[in-house]
Design a binder for this molecule. Structure first.
Ligand SMILES: Cc1ncc(COP(=O)(O)O)c(C=O)c1O
Length: 386
């Protein structure tokens, strides 16, 4: 917890780094490979072992992962991809990067995840894929989305930036869609500073992703290294430079060893919030019966008649780093200009957005912090009503 202007500051999320993490990065700095080296393979293997996916391709951010996941499908320009507006902009931006059209479908007002029935309503002849986001770490209604994809011949990308370690019907997230994306930004479950990965069970897609992260080249620098290797390579497609460094992967490998502990710690804090907030006028997060959330975010909805913006401002003044996840993507200037959508078509998103508040949640927070946040929230709600 930091001090700012003499007020204690608790952020909504932050990393947990220990000496093992630091030593792992230092050891890699002293090694031969700082990028495209053995730590990348090792990190990808750790992700596969954890999620059960056959292949993992690590890149320099979750956003890059989403970009090349869409690119790997090679869709014709103007194809439509359906996604949720209640997410970080990256979930839809990856569609626009690839010359496709983001089409938003409204959310389920209980889970805040994309509503499969609303997805159905948005399907046209141009629809080629669905990108569904496991909001706050809670898996979507994946079975319903898989059924739609099969019936309509659509690709599925799971944006699991929030959901590393989450489970759907008892199985870890990472293998349900054609490709699943994870993010390792410092507020996420594990961090590599910046970083991301895509998991898939499809070897041809994994090969394409590896090329796309490295300019579209068919051989990496390491494959062209050594006495028996030649210099030749081909550029097979228009790729990017989305390579992740070995220092980042060394950190990622070290963090993966602690992932289950991180998630357990988050669950304990969530249980503490449940106890501490029980008497306040708000709706606590709903968790569907067949899922285990990875609890990236802890969000509450303030009771009707309470100004979320006033409570937000009061909490920030008190040093509680509350946040709002998310401003619906269709409200942004870029989207209004390029992919206009009517707010009134998204009643559930609009309603949840106007009442939602993210409270601090990260491994390393103490139960006493939860008690403090609950006390400040109670006082902020009272203050907002005056
Ligand atoms: C749902 C979602 N998707 C994608 C991203 C992008 O991840 P990154 O910040 O690693 O680029 C984020 C980041 O917060 C996110 O919340």
């Amino acid at each position: 917890m930091e001090e700012k202007k003499g007020v204690k500051q608790l952020p909504y999320g932050r990393q947990f780094i220990d000496d093992d993490d630091i030593n792992a990065v230092i050891a890699t700095l002293k090694s031969d490979w700082l990028t495209t080296g053995p730590k990348v393979d090792e990190f990808e293997k750790a992700i596969c072992d954890y999620t059960g996916a056959k292949y993992a391709v690590a890149v320099n951010s979750g956003t890059s992962a989403l970009d090349i996941a869409v690119a790997a499908f090679g869709l014709p320009a103007g194809s439509e991809i359906i996604t949720t507006p209640f997410s970080f902009a990256a979930s839809a931006n990856c569609i626009a990067y690839n010359g496709c059209r983001p089409v938003f479908a409204d959310i389920d007002p209980k889970t805040y995840n994309i509503d499969p029935e609303q997805v159905r309503k948005k399907i046209t002849k141009k629809t080629k894929a669905i990108i569904y986001v496991d909001y706050a770490g809670q898996p979507c209604d994946i079975k319903a989305l898989q059924e739609i994809a099969e019936e309509k011949n659509l690709f599925l990308i799971e944006d699991a930036a929030h959901a590393l370690g989450a489970k759907y019907n008892g199985k870890k997230i990472g293998t349900f869609a054609h490709m699943t994306e994870f993010s390792f930004h410092p507020v996420k479950h594990i961090t590599t500073g910046e970083g991301g990965a895509i998991t898939t069970d499809d070897g041809a897609l994994a090969d394409k992703l590896r090329m796309l992260r490295n300019h579209g080249l068919d051989k990496s620098a390491r494959e062209r290294f050594g006495p028996d290797a030649g210099y030749a390579y081909d550029m097979r497609m228009l790729g990017r430079n989305y390579r992740i460094t070995d220092m980042q992967c060394a950190l990622g490998i070290s963090q993966m060893k602690k992932l289950d502990r991180f998630i357990k710690g988050r669950r304990e804090l969530v249980a503490a919030y449940g106890r501490e907030l029980a008497t306040l006028p708000l709706a606590m997060p709903y968790v569907a019966p067949n899922v285990e959330s990875a609890w990236h975010l802890y969000t509450v909805q303030l009771g009707r008649g309470i100004s979320r913006d006033k409570v937000f401002a009061a909490m920030r003044k008190r040093g509680v780093g509350v946040n709002v996840h998310y401003i619906p993507t269709y409200k942004f200037t870029y989207y209004k200009k390029n992919f206009p959508a009517n707010d009134s078509d998204y009643p559930a998103t609009e309603d949840v957005f106007s009442h939602i508040l993210t409270l601090p949640l990260f491994y390393g927070m103490k139960e006493a912090d939860v008690q403090w946040v609950a006390k400040e929230l109670s006082e902020s709600i009272r203050e907002a009503g005056q």
